[in-house]
Design a binder for this molecule. Structure first.
Ligand code: ATP
Ligand code: MG
Length: 179
């Protein structure tokens, strides 16, 4: 985390490579196994297409790990007994930012049935050092989502979210496909 922050602050970037998104996602779930709460279910969907994007495997894996960690913490904070995290993978044609011609994107969704977010949290989510995890042994730094957004943007992508307080959250990561 510190490492990625420093890299971010210094503006150092690895050269983007053509990466297989399935591999990266598999890598991210293996990383997550180390900190995963076994009471929480985790499922990964699939998609019929090959999905190659331009980016950095480690950078993206770390971003996904931050999303899973937040999902897990939201489930734990809610005290949801049937906690589950679902990772969806899809391919979408999207006309982003009013583009005249839609472009092909890989779409990764990370959905949880955790505590969800208030409107205020949604508005401040990507602000550096914004955290609701203070007190009672919690120690949020408020840097996770800022790093996720930066990593997604380094791949030329964008991130969206749907969240309902008390119900759950879905992050949608859109990454342009490589030719
Ligand atoms: N899946 C989620 N469900 C509910 N709230 C979330 C979720 N993801 C993020 N949040 C909210 O957004 C805030 C910011 O998230 P972020 O990951 O940037 O920081 P953090 O998790 O508090 O700390 P850390 O830097 O250790 O990740 C969280 O404190 C939490 O309130
Ligand atoms: Mg976090």
């Amino acid at each position: 985390m510190i490492d990625s922050m420093l890299r971010f602050a210094r503006g150092i970037q690895e050269t983007p490579e053509r990466i297989d998104l399935y591999r990266t996602i598999r890598g991210s779930t293996i990383d997550f196994d180390l900190l995963r709460d076994r009471k929480i279910g985790m499922d990964v969907g699939s998609c019929e297409h090959d999905l190659f994007i331009m980016g950095n495997d480690l950078d993206l894996r770390r971003a996904l790990l931050n999303l899973y960690k937040n999902a897990q913490e939201a489930i734990q904070e809610k005290g949801e007994a049937n906690g589950s995290i679902f990772i969806g993978i899809d391919r979408k044609e999207i006309a982003h930012n009013g583009a005249a011609v839609p472009q092909s994107f890989a779409q990764i969704t990370v959905q949880d049935n955790g505590k969800g977010m208030t409107r205020e949290t949604k508005e401040r989510l990507f602000t550096p050092f914004f955290t609701t995890k203070t007190g009672q042994g919690q120690d949020g730094n408020g840097v996770g989502m800022m790093n996720v957004k930066a990593a997604v943007e380094r791949c030329g992508g964008f991130i969206e979210l749907e969240s309902e307080f008390g119900v759950g959250t879905k992050f949608i990561v859109n990454l342009p496909l490589a030719n």
